[in-house]
Each structure stands twice: as structure tokens, then as C-alpha cells.
Design a binder for this molecule. Structure first.
Ligand code: MG
Length: 326
């Protein structure tokens, strides 16, 4: 029996907690059996399957108190959704591992879980299983399954002559992070826009799915580690190089207000979760933006010679975020 003195905010046991976190989950037709057994059971899919995994760790990827617990949960799923978007797929089901410190309070976990579940509902993703482990810091690890469309966008498919495009605007999340970390100051409107871009990124699922219908199929990657870093990944896997016009990199009004003409956050700041893609299309930006349902900007072209050439400046010493180098 639990002590009567223990507050209702304290953690219940592992199995009670699992039951609480998965209570009332709803499933689509593809899920035959959700959480509760040794494995979930899913119906066989018609298309090829995409599978990805990502972790968010307190102190590494987020700080408690920077956003609401709901936002932390929402963001944990968004970063995974973004990987499915980058391949042009449709997310379908996920399993979640929660690393929970012994000192954690139940209301925090409930709210975090609420954020996660509402993000899953919005993306029509079934939460089909989970696990809880005791940990020193909060950590949410999600393995996400997705249906590939008729064609998959890979990062090794960039060819000389392709145009290079990005969705949305870049560098906002990096500035949002710097504002939260008190490294940069901003006025209220710019501040809330940039902080929101960091706390609640939008995975470009719809744009990704529509992009994958272009022929030839574009090469694509999502920008999680910074434009130059992620572009390098794509160039390396494709065995090509790129000419980039850094003055074309799309910036938000808030970015310009806070960082002025400093392009470094847009070039090397991560966490925007926009899509970077290379396409042979002759469609103008406007028409592409209309078709993808999001602003699209051409920022350069793929060339045969390896490496990245910028139009008016030298390459920054560090291309962007590296998990193991920090
Ligand atoms: Mg990715």
C-alpha cells in the first residue's frame, strides 16, 4: 500500500503509469492491437514502410520551463514526423519510450503526454505501444512508422543542374533558442514568433507528400542540424556539390528584426524542420509554393564539383549542429 502521506503528484508504479499514459487511446483500422501486450499488432501495409527514431533529452534538446509540458510532448513527435515528411511519406504508428526521473511529478507527465497525444491525433498517428524507464533526465524517444507514397524522396538523388529549394524561412528556431537561453534579446512580437518556431516546429508533411509526386522525384532532407550541415549530408550522399546564393535564403521579418544582416543563424542554426530539396523542375517559385501549400524559395543549384560555394561570403568554419561535438 502506498503511504497516505504521499502526494497525488507523486509517481505511481511503472505499470500503473503505463496504464494511465495509454488510457483511452484510439486507433485507426491499421492497428489490430495497441498497447498492453508484448507487441502491438498492425495490419500489413500496401506500400513500402518508412521507419525512423529520434530522442529528445532534457538538457540536450530542451530545458524544462522553456515551454509548456504539452509543447515538449508535441515537439518530440514533430521531429520524428519531419523525417517522414522528408521522405514524402505519411506517418502511421509509433511506439514511445519515456525516460522519467524519480523526482518527476505526475501533473507534468500528464501534460506532456497530452501534448504528445494531441500531436499524434493531428497527424493521424496511432500510439501503439510504449515503455517507461527510470532515468537521470527526462527523455522521450519515439520510433515512428510511415507509409511511403508511390515514390520515396532520398537524399542521394541530387544531380548536377538540379535547383535547390527550401520551404518556409530559416534560422528562426536557432534565434528562438538563443532568446530562451538569454543569448539574444528581442521585442515581444518577434520574440514570441521566434520562440514558438523553436518550441513547436511544424513538420512539412503535406508539402513532403506533394513533393514526392513531382517527376523526376526530388532529392530531399529535413533541416534539423542547419542548412549547410544538412545540405552537406545530401551532397555527400549524392556525390555532387552546390552553388548557393546565401542572399536568397528566406528570412522571416522577425529574423531580420533581431539578427539584422547576420546570416549565420539561417545558414548553420538547426531545428527549423523545413524541407531542403533538389528538383529539376522549371516551375517558378510561386507555382511550386502554390502546389506545395508552403512558401518555397530557390537558393542555388547542384554542380558536379564537390563542396559548397557561396555567392558572396566564405563558408563558416562550422556548418551546423553535430550531436557528438555539440
Ligand atoms: Mg532528418
Amino acid at each position: 500500500l502506498r503511504s497516505v502521506a504521499s502526494s497525488s503528484k507523486d509517481l505511481p508504479g511503472e505499470f500503473e503509469l503505463i496504464a494511465r499514459l495509454s488510457a483511452g487511446l484510439r486507433f485507426s483500422r491499421r492497428t489490430i492491437l495497441g498497447p498492453g501486450d508484448d507487441c502491438a499488432i498492425l495490419r500489413p501495409a500496401r506500400n513500402a514502410q518508412l521507419l525512423t527514431i529520434d530522442s529528445m533529452v532534457e538538457g540536450v534538446h530542451f530545458k524544462i520551463g522553456w515551454g509548456t509540458p504539452e509543447q515538449i510532448g508535441e515537439r518530440a513527435l514533430a521531429v520524428n514526423l519531419s523525417d517522414i515528411a522528408a521522405m514524402g511519406g505519411t506517418p502511421t504508428a509509433c511506439v514511445i519510450n519515456f525516460g522519467i526521473p524519480k523526482t518527476a511529478k505526475m501533473p507534468f507527465i500528464d501534460r506532456l503526454n497530452r501534448g504528445l497525444r494531441s500531436a499524434a491525433r493531428a497527424a493521424q498517428v496511432d500510439i501503439v505501444g510504449g515503455n517507461i524507464t527510470s532515468a537521470r533526465e527526462f527523455a522521450i524517444t519515439i520510433a515512428l512508422l510511415g507509409d511511403a507514397g508511390a515514390q520515396v524522396m532520398r537524399r542521394d538523388a541530387a544531380r548536377p543542374g538540379d535547383n535547390i529549394f527550401v520551404t518556409g524561412t530559416l534560422g528562426d528556431a536557432a534565434l528562438g533558442w538563443r532568446i530562451l537561453a538569454h543569448k539574444v534579446r528581442a521585442q515581444s512580437r518577434a520574440r514570441s514568433f521566434l520562440v514558438d518556431r523553436y518550441l513547436t516546429p511544424t513538420a512539412r508533411l503535406e508539402a513532403g507528400a506533394r513533393l514526392a509526386r513531382l517527376r523526376p522525384v526530388p532529392a530531399a532532407i529535413d533541416i534539423s542540424d542547419g542548412l549547410l550541415q544538412d545540405l552537406s549530408h545530401m551532397l555527400d550522399s549524392s556525390g555532387v556539390g552546390a552553388d548557393l546564393d546565401e542572399t536568397k535564403v528566406p528570412l522571416s521579418a522577425a529574423y531580420r528584426e533581431v539578427a539584422r544582416d547576420d546570416l549565420s543563424h539561417a545558414l548553420t542554426g538547426g531545428e527549423d524542420y523545413e524541407l531542403l530539396f533538389c528538383a529539376r523542375t522549371s516551375l517558378p517559385e510561386r507555382e511550386l509554393s502554390r502546389r506545395l501549400g508552403v512558401r518555397v524559395t530557390r537558393i542555388g543549384a547542384i554542380r558536379r564539383r564537390r563542396g559548397i560555394g557561396l555567392a558572396h561570403m566564405k563558408l563558416p568554419a562550422s556548418a551546423g549542429y553535430d550531436q557528438l561535438r555539440g
